[in-house]
Design a protein around this ligand. Sequence first.
Ligand code: F6R
Length: 633
Amino acid sequence: MWHDKYKDGAPQPAQIIHCGKLPASVFSDSRDAARFVATVIASLIREKNATEQKTVLGLATGSTPIGVYRELVRLHKAGELDFSNVVTFNLDEYWPMKPESEQSYHSFMWEHLFSHVNILKENVHIPSGLWRLEEVERECAEYERRITQLGGLDLQLLGIGRDGHIGFNEPGSDRNSRTRLVALDPMTRRDAAGDFGGEEKVPARAITMGVQTIWEAKRIFLMALGEKKAFVIRKALEGEPTPNVPASFLQNHMNAAFILDEAASAELTQVRTPWIGGRIVDWTPTLQTRAMVWLSQVCDKPLLKLDMKDFLQHHLYDILHLEGGVAAIRERVFEQLLRTICTRPGGDKPLKAMIFSPHPDDDVISMGGTFLTLVHQGHEVHVAYMTGGNIAVRDDACLRHLDYVEESSQKLGGLHPETASRLKKCRADIRAKKPGDQDSADVLSLKGLIRKTEAANACELVGVTADRRYFLELPFYQTGSAKKRPMGEPDIEIVANKLRGLRPDQIYFAGDLSDPHGTHRVCAQIIIEVLARLETEGFSPEVWMYRGAWQEYEPHEIERAVPLSPEVVAKKKQAILRHESQKDGAMFMGSDDREFWMRAEDRTRQTAKIYNDLGLPEFFALEGFVRYHGQKL
Ligand code: F6R
């Protein structure tokens, strides 16, 4: 087995799934997936160095390979990896694009890898976003020639787009394609919108290695992390190879493997429904619940109406051997789900609750109904907004606020000359901004204020007074761009001190790791770290996780379901709409065209429908929560 070669020192996958011809290694921690790939690359470089051969690597950009580069840099800094004989070819680059632009793949590669290792500048190859149209074809052919001249790529590292692209080989790409100029798919441009400050600013074209160029690599690792890749991973591994999903062409490669984290593997048949195909599985209570919910959905029957025939017809023979058979499993799962329903999330006695919201609107979007319910039921609810969310405010929204400030102050007696000139400068800075430019410090703070006042306005509606809302402005977020720093000690201290001072009985936080730019992930990491530290100080509140705006927990995961009445849903919508700057094509809407209040409403109504279809009581809407008790996220 190809993994065995790297047993020493490399983290091992929790599971290796064979989907058709390709193995998919699933790691329970995405950092282990990155360390695994880095270990393989490092072994390859060392082997080649030992025989004085060059190592020719095909490299990718994007959020996925960052951990791999981090580990390679660590190995180099520890004196364990020499890059002097490494030659690299990057997959792609936006076109047109200046190499020094923050969004260029040149900048990305130097920032994450090349500047920190001893690679020779002349050994780095990245397609140029500056090639003139008339020379692109010739330069692309030259790119290919150089790869061939060096004996081809020893290893190609790939990410995957949600549309199935590898490199920028978008759906429809030819199996035999070579390095060329391509038009970017709308989904790819939408996914890159955050990096460029708006979809319209994302270049429409790119230069990419072709499918055939990639395919000729001697070994290929395609990495995918996070739940937003789960559907495309299933298509790429389980569907027929098709140009509609260019990554599916890898199925016929002799030495390719997918490296996934659990979230990205979640839609694979062997993960989602491991019992199919007569496999013997470990029937943990969670898997039993998942199987029963699935069976009820495929049979279109409530849980308590499922009978022996349903189990037999749907590959669930093995579960029948568990103690008590059909009746016992059916009842256990039904009762367990019934117990999740909770109309008094704060309990019967008044308590103190703290809601942590990564951005200023996640509290109302993701748990606005429970937030309202806690306040209405007389609990003392506090909210901490962890970041300012300023980069998600569009320039036109900021200009409108500048108009308001200037005009209203003129009406009311004029502005201090220094303030007036700074406001004028903000306006000029915004007008002079070119795609990819960062906002000035003043503009960023004005944008932050817009979001702060929106959050305050939503809190007023929910019934949380100014003394119970906190704007933490965590330092990790304050980069002025979509790229964030990892969590640091100052972030941890701010959150820890807030909790030390308040000592809430209940805490809610976004246990959601899949927002497009990682802010939720960092916020969750900070809270988890703080909780671990405070536990040693004897502080152990009840902690619940809600999911961010992008997804809801699945029914088998939900440990608490809070029913929302039509009135609560309507008020929750109003609270979400108080976040005016996040409506109508806001920057981080992602791939979903629905406004945030619609997503929130659809999601909670859908959970209520699922519960009802399972034979549980009928509710207008439900918000789902999972209890945090130290589990790995
Ligand atoms: C980048 C590239 C792309 C990305 C893909 C996934 O060089 O070629 O195919 O790998 O778009 O991007 P992330 O990793 O950001 O999800």
